[in-house]
Design a binder for this molecule. Structure first.
Ligand SMILES: *Cc1c(COP(=O)(O)O)cnc(C)c1O
Length: 370
């Protein structure tokens, strides 16, 4: 249903072009699309189906439930769960042919204490992020203990802390730690399986240093991974649109919305838009940033509410009316608002912008022939 004419439009053709682009620049490294958090807000099932058409054979999600959603939708490629899965659910992961992440000795211990089917595992190594993972000096013990517990390790990976930053020195440190560790394990006779390290930023910047697979998240959606280096061939996949729910006129001295944080200094026209922070239009955009109406950027004024915000349309000619299109992210006429631009207004990452557009906003998909 479409009662408030607010929707996300997902350009699957653009997504497939981005996947093809990464497939080309990374070859012989393969693309492992990261489609956690509902594919960064784009819709995991539709995105996975589009990626499979580009011959992707491996996906990553964060959690078990996300993997099950993909399997239930008929996705047959391998799926790695990057994040925590309570050991009592390993059997379920195995039932759905999902690959789990092995990151601690406690996991091995709890596996030893219960019988039941086990999924395949990729071993996660901590090379400096200090989030999940075995430290490099623990890895061979972990491998040995996992083998003794009849666990099947089919891959090994680590995660980068600074790949988007200008200074590559910590990337280099992590890269070297990881490369040396993997070589050392192989020398000891362990089968490390599939090796992967790089995210979007590292894959664009260092395409020759990506091992077997690259875990591409944000940039598969056509969004730049860094302020410092950009790939101009990426195409933004997402458009966020709504419409005007009411037009009104303000006189000098009139205030607007909760808390009266905005006062009109002259006669002005404003448009109410039926999108608010419960949709993922963050309250920190109050009196900040713009949307496109009538082909021009219009300032967001006053506090963003749960289900509404208000924009200044004084300069739009002719005056827009109820039902007219409002573009929050994407193109309108000659103007465009990128995900990167909204992230700058909100002082956060590009990934937070797309992944926090809530489930209340319907997603629509283009399935243009390609
Ligand atoms: C989210 C995530 C990625 C994807 O990172 P991008 O910067 O979005 O490409 C890769 N690896 C891990 C472990 C992640 O959690």
């Amino acid at each position: 249903m479409h009662s408030r004419k607010s929707e996300i439009f997902v350009d699957l053709k653009a997504y497939r072009e981005n996947i093809r682009h990464f497939t080309d620049i990374l070859y012989p490294t393969k693309v492992l699309p990261v489609i956690k958090a509902n594919a960064f807000g784009h819709g995991a099932v539709e995105i996975a189906k589009a990626a499979e058409e580009e011959f992707v054979d491996f996906f990553a999600v964060a959690y078990l439930e996300e993997g099950i959603e993909l399997r239930d939708a008929g996705i047959s490629a391998k799926i790695l769960m990057l994040n925590y899965c309570s050991p009592e659910y390993f059997q379920k992961a195995a039932d759905y042919s999902l690959t789990a992440t092995l990151h601690s000795f406690d996991q091995i211990e709890s596996i030893n204490q219960r019988k039941g089917k086990l999924p395949k595992f990729h071993m996660k190594i901590n090379t400096g992020m200090n989030r999940l993972g075995f430290n490099p000096d623990e890895a061979s013990d972990a491998f040995r203990m996992a083998e003794e517990s009849e666990m099947h390790i089919t891959g090994i990976y680590s995660h980068l802390a600074t790949a988007d930053e200008e200074d590559p020195s910590f990337f280099n440190q992590q890269y070297e730690r990881f490369e040396n560790l993997v070589a050392g394990l192989q020398k000891q006779g362990f089968d490390t399986g599939i090796v992967h390290l790089c995210n979007s930023a590292a894959s664009i910047r260092f395409p020759g240093r990506c091992f077997d697979y690259s875990r591409i998240g944000i940039s598969s959606f056509g969004v730049q991974p860094s302020h410092f280096f950009k790939d101009p061939r990426l195409r933004q996949v997402l458009t966020f649109k709504s419409c005007i729910s009411q037009v009104r006129c303000l006189e000098p001295g009139d205030s607007l919305s909760y808390g009266r944080t905005f006062f009109a200094e002259e006669n002005m026209k404003v448009a109410v838009v039926p999108v608010g922070y419960a949709d993922g239009f963050d309250r920190r955009l109050s009196n900040k940033g713009s949307v496109l109406i009538g082909g021009i950027p219009c300032r967001v004024i006053g506090r963003v509410c749960m289900d509404h915000f208000i924009a200044d349309i004084s300069k739009v000619d002719p005056t827009p009316k109820e039902g007219d299109e409002v573009v929050l992210i994407g193109n309108q006429g000659k103007e465009s608002i990128s995900v990167e631009q909204v992230a700058e207004w909100r002082e956060t990452t590009n990934s937070e912008i797309t992944s926090c557009i809530s489930y209340r906003v319907p997603r629509k998909y283009s399935r243009d022939a390609y």
